[in-house]
Design a protein around this ligand. Structure first.
Ligand code: THU
Length: 183
């Protein structure tokens, strides 16, 4: 209960940046460092499930040229989770990133609203660093997601992850709103 109270205080203080107690400040720092500036809008279990699914997608990653394998798990607002992997090509340019594979699977089935994506990846499937989405994938996210709300979970394992909003990874992004298009 005390933790909940402190956490509430933290969420409020995130806006005012005033901390009533040292505990609240420490908790705020912990949230910022472990969950990213975006804060956490999903519970830990859900985040872990997405990390798990993204890691399992590495089995399907087709990357015989770069050997850089990427897996993604995309959470739609309707609760569906779409897996994705990178799919390379001898012609190089036809290659597709894991994130776009997941998005295109969903959109091709009529699902257009999303809450979050988890991305993992590394050379020879070794997850040593975060695999941040490339610029093209960020732009695809911009097409279907609210940049202030959409959560991008970068992970190297279930215990090591950071969460960013799309806006943090694509500031001043250009999207459907700029063309006054109502999605
Ligand atoms: N790749 C992804 O699938 N997602 C990313 O976020 C970064 C890069 C893929 C594309 C290519 O198959 C390989 O990683 C190396 O660039």
């Amino acid at each position: 209960k005390e933790y909940r109270r402190q956490r509430q205080m933290c969420i409020r203080d995130r806006k005012t940046k005033a901390f009533e107690t040292k505990d609240a400040l420490d908790l705020y720092k912990k949230i910022i460092y472990t969950e990213g500036k975006a804060g956490r809008r999903m519970d830990k279990k859900q985040i872990e499930e997405m990390i798990d699914l993204a890691i399992r997608q590495l089995d399907y990653s087709y990357a015989p040229y770069s050997h850089f394998h990427v897996g993604a798990a995309l959470l739609a607002k309707n609760g569906n989770v779409y897996g994705g992997c990178n799919i390379e090509n001898a012609g190089y340019t036809p290659s597709n990133c894991a994130e776009r594979t997941a998005f295109f699977k969903a959109v091709s089935e009529g699902v257009l609203e999303f809450d979050a994506i988890c991305v993992v990846g590394g050379m020879n499937k070794e997850l040593k660093e975060y695999a941040a989405p490339c610029g093209v994938c960020r732009q695809v996210m911009m097409e279907f997601c609210d940049p202030e709300e959409f959560q991008i979970i970068l992970a190297t394992g279930k215990e090591q992850y950071e969460i960013f909003t799309l806006k943090e990874l694509l500031p001043l992004g250009f999207g459907p709103n700029n063309l006054k298009l109502d999605r």
